[in-house]
Design a protein around this ligand. Structure first.
Ligand code: PMP
Length: 359
């Protein structure tokens, strides 16, 4: 097969051994005589898959007692409104740190529900960094503070997280499981699966029991209540069984490959290869982030758009695919999640050097 290095931002590259296991098990899941896709969500094998995915996440993230793990649908985007729907009461204000367009989208959804405050923002400087912790100013009567741990489009990533007495909520869609962090600093963490966790179609929510039963809006549909999903162990309606099955295989792959410490070290090594080329050729490659550079998404520009088009096109010809930047930043974006092999980043760095030499 003609395998390429896939730099798409999400859905994104998956570990090769995960795809191979899925292929082996596709028609006959562990001697059941049927595919996982065909099994009832109430069947024992699927119950086991979901329980295993939850246990693996708890182990890898060292999730303390007092948290629940939920497998929901509707993407990270549905969390943008579920969070204020569930936690923002009339007399409170939701607080948002604006570090990119997904953070802004979350903030705008909160504004539709009630009062929302910008606790810090780097919009003025085109989201090229993360605010300093001391510059975050939380409003009175804050329901929670929302942040986006990694900014997929701009290529910035929080290096340290605030420790506050109000609930802290984090969108970790594009860097969950890429490094260790202390879950106890957060009351809710959510992530669409299609970057570091698996295929599109499932959203992982880690929620503290403190928050689960807060019901800010009396008339919410059951489908939008965390309490209902928690009470029914993610089986309130049919969960996305096949995506959860793949997520579980990805979690097992991470465990077999040394857990989050190893992922973090490998991610650093991979990102360094690309950043080094950018830093050593400042007249040709300009990184979008000026600090807090992301180990997951590297966004950069070339001297002009024609060169950028040629870069993407020539890279594709040598099997480096998905490098076109997001339209709001332009240029190039290399998404190098956990499953991107070291060889992929080495190939990209070599290509960048060769391209620079010939242009
Ligand atoms: N948050 C972040 C940080 C993202 O990168 C994305 C998707 N690229 C989203 C939210 C939206 O996720 P979804 O498409 O799963 O709703």
């Amino acid at each position: 097969m003609n395998k390429v290095f896939n730099f798409y931002p999400g859905p994104a590259t998956l570990p090769q051994p995960v795809l191979e296991t899925a292929r082996t098990e596709l028609l006959n899941y562990r001697d059941s005589g049927m595919s996982v896709m065909e099994m009832s969500h109430r069947s024992k094998p699927i119950e086991n898959v979901i329980a295993s995915a939850e246990a693996n996440l708890k182990e890898l993230l060292k999730i303390p007692e007092g948290y629940r793990v939920l497998f929901l649908q509707g993407g990270a985007t549905s969390q943008f409104f579920m969070i204020p729907f569930n936690f923002l009461t009339k007399d409170q204000t939701a607080n948002y740190v604006l570090t990119g367009s997904f953070a802004e989208k979350a903030y705008k959804e909160a504004l539709k529900t009630g009062s929302a405050h910008t606790a810090a923002s780097t919009k003025e400087e085109k989201f090229r960094s993360i605010p300093k912790l001391e510059d975050i100013s939380v409003s009175d009567n804050a329901a929670y503070l929302h942040l986006t741990s990694n900014n997929t489009i701009y290529g910035t990533q929080w290096q340290q997280f605030p420790q506050l007495s109000i609930p802290v909520v984090a969108d970790m869609s594009s860097d969950i499981l890429s490094r260790p962090f202390d879950v106890s600093n957060f009351d809710l963490i959510y992530a669409g699966a299609q970057k570091n966790l698996g295929p599109a179609g499932v959203t992982v929510v880690i929620i503290s029991e403190k928050l689960i039963n807060i019901s800010a809006q009396a008339k919410l549909p059951d489908m939008l209540k965390y309490s209902v999903h928690a009470e029914k162990d993610s089986m309130f309606n049919t969960p996305p069984t096949f995506p959860v099955y793949i997520v579980n295989l990805v979690l097992e792959w991470i465990k077999e490959n040394g857990g989050l410490e190893k992922m973090a070290a490998r991610n650093q090594e991979k990102a360094d290869m690309v950043y080094q080329v950018i830093d050593q050729n400042p007249d040709f490659y300009q990184g979008h982030a000026i600090s807090d550079r992301s180990l997951m998404n590297i966004s950069f520009r070339l001297p002009n758009e024609d060169l950028e088009k040629e870069f993407v096109h020539s890279a594709e010809k040598v099997g480096l695919v998905g490098l076109k930047g997001h339209r709001s930043v332009g240029g190039i974006r290399a998404s190098i999640y956990n499953a991107m092999p070291v060889e992929g980043c080495a190939a990209l760095a070599a290509f960048m050097l060769a391209f620079r030499k010939t242009h």
